[in-house]
Design a binder for this molecule. Structure first.
Ligand SMILES: *[C@@H]1O[C@H](CO)[C@@H](O)[C@H](O)[C@H]1NC(C)=O
Ligand SMILES: *[C@@H]1O[C@H](CO)[C@@H](O)[C@H](O)[C@H]1NC(C)=O
Ligand SMILES: *[C@@H]1O[C@H](CO)[C@@H](O)[C@H](O)[C@H]1NC(C)=O
Length: 440
């Protein structure tokens, strides 16, 4: 009797287990994807190729696999002198940093297909877009009490809020992002920089008197809060007064007054960024993010990325508050070895330097698809380009002016996404996107 009951229990349990496996394997609503052998191969190849790439290009950096198939640790040689101290803990920055390659390939690929400029269309489409989001992008938004007076809220944003995106994915071909590192004075990159289709600068970076080193061209400028408040000074840095100014923080009454009264004719927009966690908050990374959302290729100059740095200087002033320099250097090396950017620096100054052991496009693509499954990203493993859209709204009518003159690759992309505009959503589970689709 007892044996029989036990047998029955066992049979029941195994039946349940089989059912569980069936359910989770085939239709887990939380998206527990099973990795195929191809997925695992892609992630393994990416790891090994990535490690070779870091060794060949990282000037002493070394990459070793971490605990999982996605994780990797980038370490500096043990004799590296760490100089940056955490102002809170007083501790020196470490020499080894953990990164997640799956997270990086999946998230950055999404950036490349998204719009990173805040638009009215986005705010209107986002549930409670004005109350939850817009009022936070206005300095002293707290006093606006979640845009209780929406007219006032709209008024405050109106000068920096285009109706629809002013730029598109892959609109520009070759772009250069110029940091403000004192390293720039070691190499005359000016001519090389002016050869790019688009040049993106940061904050108060001057051009005049430094053109041999930083070039003359300037298409965009990424601004933090401090620089944005000095908008009148910033616009003087570019003599053509054509530079588009992209503000990564909030709009301030001082800025609005200057735009209206000076007046400032440059286009001014607010950036709508993806969230990358704490590692990636500086203006430099934001500038790369913006560049990747509008350019085919992105090269970077003027970031302190060579070993043996002495001081944190800007090319135009003595000292600055640096932060986590080694972490930054490792992160940029990761980006280079994932084919996102190419680094130029005094020690990597050879024109047309080839990044050795760079993973191929097809490997990155396969690894990205596998990564989306690992991370249970919205739309993982789907062939529908709109699968990651967690909010879908109809577009308001767009003017098609200028669209026919877009580069072929931008038009191809538009066709691929069927005219959809994708916006990053903060704190969206599975990194879902807000998408606006053509009305007809
Ligand atoms: C809302 O703000 C507008 C613009 O400043 C103002 O004219 C209007 O009186 C305000 N409405 C209320 C109900 O406070
Ligand atoms: C360039 O140099 C001149 C002469 O020293 C100076 O007056 C001017 O302010 C400098 N410009 C910038 C942007 O630093
Ligand atoms: C981004 O767009 C390209 C086509 O331009 C497509 O091949 C790729 O799969 C898209 N990536 C994502 C994450 O949707």
């Amino acid at each position: 009797m007892r044996v029989l009951r036990l047998g029955l229990l066992l049979a029941l349990a195994s039946g349940l287990l089989a059912l569980c496996i069936y359910i989770t394997g085939v239709s887990d609503f939380y998206g527990g994807y099973r990795l195929s052998d191809d997925d695992l191969d892609a992630l393994r190849s990416l790891q090994s190729q990535f490690q070779k790439c870091v060794k060949a290009n990282g000037l002493g950096l070394e990459a070793v696999s971490g605990k999982s198939i996605c994780e990797v640790a980038l370490s500096f040689p043990p004799d590296t002198v760490s100089k940056w101290k955490d102002p809170k803990s007083g501790e020196l920055e470490g020499l080894s940093f953990d990164f997640n390659l799956c997270e990086a390939v999946a998230t950055w690929e999404q950036v490349r297909n998204s719009t990173t400029i805040l638009t009215r269309e986005f705010l209107d489409a986002l549930p409670n877009g004005w109350e939850d989001y817009a009022w936070r992008r206005i300095n002293k938004g707290i006093q606006l009490n979640q845009c209780e007076n929406k007219t006032l809220c709209k008024e405050k944003l109106s000068l920096v809020l285009p109706q629809t995106p002013p730029y598109f994915p892959r609109q520009f071909d070759r772009c250069a992002v110029i940091g403000n590192s004192g390293d720039l004075l070691k190499t005359r990159f000016g001519k090389e920089i002016d050869d790019y289709d688009v040049v993106i600068r940061e904050n108060g970076a001057p051009i005049q008197n430094y053109t041999d080193y930083v070039g003359k061209k300037s298409s965009f400028r990424l601004l933090n809060r401090g620089s944005a408040k000095a908008l009148d000074k910033v616009v003087e840095l570019d003599e053509t007064r054509k530079e588009a100014l992209i503000i990564k923080t909030t709009i301030h009454d001082i800025m609005s007054k200057m735009i209206r009264e000076l007046p400032i004719k440059n286009p001014v927009y607010l950036m709508l960024g993806a969230s990358f966690g704490s590692a990636a908050k500086g203006t430099g990374l934001k500038a790369l993010e913006f560049a990747l959302s509008i350019c085919e290729s992105v090269d970077m100059y003027g970031f302190t990325v060579d070993p043996g740095y002495k001081e944190w200087t800007r090319y135009f002033s003595e000292s600055r508050q640096g932060h986590t320099p080694l972490h930054g250097r490792a992160y940029y090396q990761m980006m280079e070895c994932l084919g996102l950017i190419k680094i130029h620096s005094p020690m990597r100054a050879v024109p047309n330097r080839v990044v050795k052991w760079l993973p191929s496009h097809s490997l990155i693509r396969a690894a990205r698809i596998a990564s989306e499954k690992v991370l249970r990203r919205a739309g993982a493993a789907s062939f529908d380009p709109l699968a990651a859209c967690s909010i879908v709204k109809k577009q308001i009518k767009r003017s098609s002016r200028g669209l026919s003159s877009l580069r072929k690759s931008a038009i191809d992309h538009k066709r691929y996404v069927r005219g959809t505009t994708m916006y990053p959503l903060e704190h969206s589970p599975g990194h879902g996107l807000l998408c606006t689709v053509p009305a007809d």
